[in-house]
Ligand binder design. Structure first.
Ligand SMILES: Cc1cc2nc3c(=O)[nH]c(=O)nc-3n(C[C@H](O)[C@H](O)[C@H](O)COP(=O)(O)O)c2cc1C
Length: 376
């Protein structure tokens, strides 16, 4: 499978997962080198990193989240990249601006959002937060320029660190999704109002990142309806919105769109619940999946995510042409060698949230191959 300039050995990727295991200064650590490398060794052709903050302003979301906002952080990530490459894997960095959902930022004491709207829900305990989110400050035009510059400069650093690609985090309720979402974006300027305007910042960030890294690095974006603090959200304009969003993003020069059907994957929820899977209709009880709509209106490669640890479902998404690549989150935590196991018809482990995400999302000792992490 070809994703822009990146050639993948198969169509299976690890979904981005925040593990808050960097140093206080946001540097990737030895355990992270080992953790990411195990997926490449287990047969995943592609790994997408956890959401990484691009700038030293408002983007950091969590304490001990890794960043790529300076040279030191870039060098720390390079060790992860080199190790994954040595195992023959490809690795994209997910650039994430937390916006109003930031619950741990060592650079700023306030949060930034398209509008001053109190976020729904509560801070996530598995990332060390609790209680309501603070009221964010409405971004000025200058703040918006800073956000774009932040993504752009981070993208250049990611290229220097030899990442194969960049995934812009436009999903799950973070800053770019706050711009896209009607109830969190109440602006009256060109970034607010109709869907065409609300998608503008996502398009501009995509264009600038592409401009910064050129065409010999893969650039994609992640899009969802649901959010970490509002699982059930659906686009009001339904398929009309999907058309505007996916078409404009594809026009921005991206190599792929990664869609996730957000489900309640947090530890408090049972893994076996009837969660929304990637194959289910995007709106209501029938109709196309979000992945199929991204393909139809974007006409560029699509990655699908959401309960695709079931190999039958994963295969169907690909065979029916709804997705070009599938990504696996929780199932990859439970089976770092999921592709190898599926190929050999071996039994897959079940994911137990309490094992991986309790009392918090930090990497657990059993996920780290200590022998390996010292051999680089
Ligand atoms: C511990 C954990 C951390 C996550 N962190 C991120 C993240 O940093 N960025 C992101 O886009 N999605 C994140 N997600 C969502 C996953 O990428 C994925 O969409 C979700 O787990 C559903 O896919 P699955 O059914 O294969 O697990 C996270 C999920 C988990 C379980």
């Amino acid at each position: 499978m070809q994703l822009g300039p990146t050639r993948l050995d198969n169509r299976i990727g690890v979904a981005p997962m925040t593990r808050t295991s960097a140093t206080d200064e946001g540097l990737a650590t030895d355990p992270m080198v080992s953790y990411y490398t195990q997926f490449a060794r287990g047969g995943f052709a592609l790994i997408i990193t956890e959401g990484t903050y691009p700038d030293h302003k408002y983007s950091q979301g969590y304490w001990n989240q890794p960043g790529i906002c300076n040279e030191e952080q870039m060098q720390a990530w390079k060790r992860v990249v080199d190790s994954v490459h040595r195992e023959g894997g490809k690795i994209f960095i997910q650039l994430m601006h937390a916006g109003a959902l930031s619950q741990g930022n060592r650079f700023k004491n306030e949060t930034l959002a398209p509008s001053s709207v109190q976020p729904k829900g509560e801070q996530m305990e598995m990332y060390g937060g609790n209680g309501p989110f603070p009221m964010p400050r409405e971004a000025t035009k200058e703040d918006i320029q800073d956000v774009i510059i932040g993504f752009t400069e981070a993208a250049k650093r990611a290229k220097k660190a030899r990442f194969d690609g960049i995934e812009i985090h436009g999903a799950n309720g973070y800053l770019l999704d706050q711009f896209l979402t009607d109830y969190t974006n109440q602006r009256n300027d060109e970034y607010g109002g109709p869907t065409e305007n609300r998608v503008r910042l996502l398009v501009e960030v995509s264009q600038h990142v592409r401009g910064a890294v050129g065409h010999n690095m893969t650039v994609g974006i992640r899009i969802s309806q649901g959010k970490v603090n509002d699982f059930q959200h659906q686009w009001e304009g339904k398929e009309k919105d999907a058309k505007v969003i996916f078409h404009q993003l594809a026009e921005a020069g991206l190599d792929y769109i990664h869609v996730t059907e957000y489900e309640a994957w947090q530890p408090a929820f049972d893994y076996k619940d009837e969660h929304q899977g990637a194959w289910e209709p995007a709106f209501g009880d029938q109709g196309a999946s979000l992945a199929a709509l991204a393909k139809k209106y974007g006409e560029i490669p699509v990655m699908a995510n959401g309960s695709l640890h079931d190999p039958v479902k994963a295969r169907e998404m690909i065979e029916q042409g709804e997705a070009d690549v599938v990504t696996i989150g929780r199932g990859a935590l439970a089976n770092s060698d999921w592709p190898r196991k599926v190929k050999n018809n071996e039994t897959l482990n079940e994911f137990h949230p309490e094992r991986f995400l309790s009392p918090n999302a930090k990497l657990k000792d059993f996920e780290i191959d200590f022998g390996n992490s010292h051999m680089r």
